[in-house]
Design a binder for this molecule. Sequence first.
Ligand SMILES: CC(C)(COP(=O)(O)OP(=O)(O)OC[C@H]1O[C@@H](n2cnc3c(N)ncnc32)[C@H](O)[C@@H]1OP(=O)(O)O)[C@@H](O)C(=O)NCCC(=O)NCCS
Length: 180
Amino acid sequence: MPELKRLHAGHAPAVLAFELANRAYFAASISDRGDDFFARFTDGYHALLAEQETGMRAFYVLVDEDGSVLGRFNLVNIEDHTGELGYRVAQHVAGRGVATATVRELCRLAAAQHGLRTLRAAAASQNVASQKVLTKAGFVAVGPADPAHLGGKPGTWYRRDLVHDLVLKPAAVRSDPAGS
Ligand SMILES: CC(C)(COP(=O)(O)OP(=O)(O)OC[C@H]1O[C@@H](n2cnc3c(N)ncnc32)[C@H](O)[C@@H]1OP(=O)(O)O)[C@@H](O)C(=O)NCCC(=O)NCCS
């Protein structure tokens, strides 16, 4: 079963393979990384790991049983118990609910391990798949996003309250007769 793991140095070759294999697929809906990203991949990867050390960013990879990367899920701009979510999932597993399930899992991790109370994410108006992922994972549209944030495309900010889930879980356990 695929596992969501915190990005580490050992994931570098699988992350590069994932980005190369899906470059054209991703570029159809979000900004292309650019040739420099691939030419200087190792330097950029080390920079990411250093940023992660600051606590303002947390990078995750969904790793398949064979070690290949199925998706990347990132928490960025972490500050004041709020963060911003970004993600991308491999074309060969598209439409199977991978992004939706993993975003839900990351919401739990964001609260439990990173102390976040809210998460926000921006999706371009034309990116219907991403909008569906967000709404199915409990995000609600809260207003227009600056096109500069979405590679020049118009879009919408979505937001999800994470505290609500943490509060509801103990109550659900208490009211379960089988668990008493
Ligand atoms: C957006 C993305 C993460 C979705 O990943 P995924 O694992 O295929 O998503 P899921 O299977 O969980 O759900 C996708 C939903 O969008 C729908 N969908 C997929 N492509 C679509 C399209 N072109 N138009 C309309 N709906 C689409 C699917 O049918 C599914 O909805 P459903 O469950 O109601 O059938 C993936 O397409 C991707 O990586 N895209 C490029 C990067 C990107 O856009 N990232 C988000 C930036 S905001």
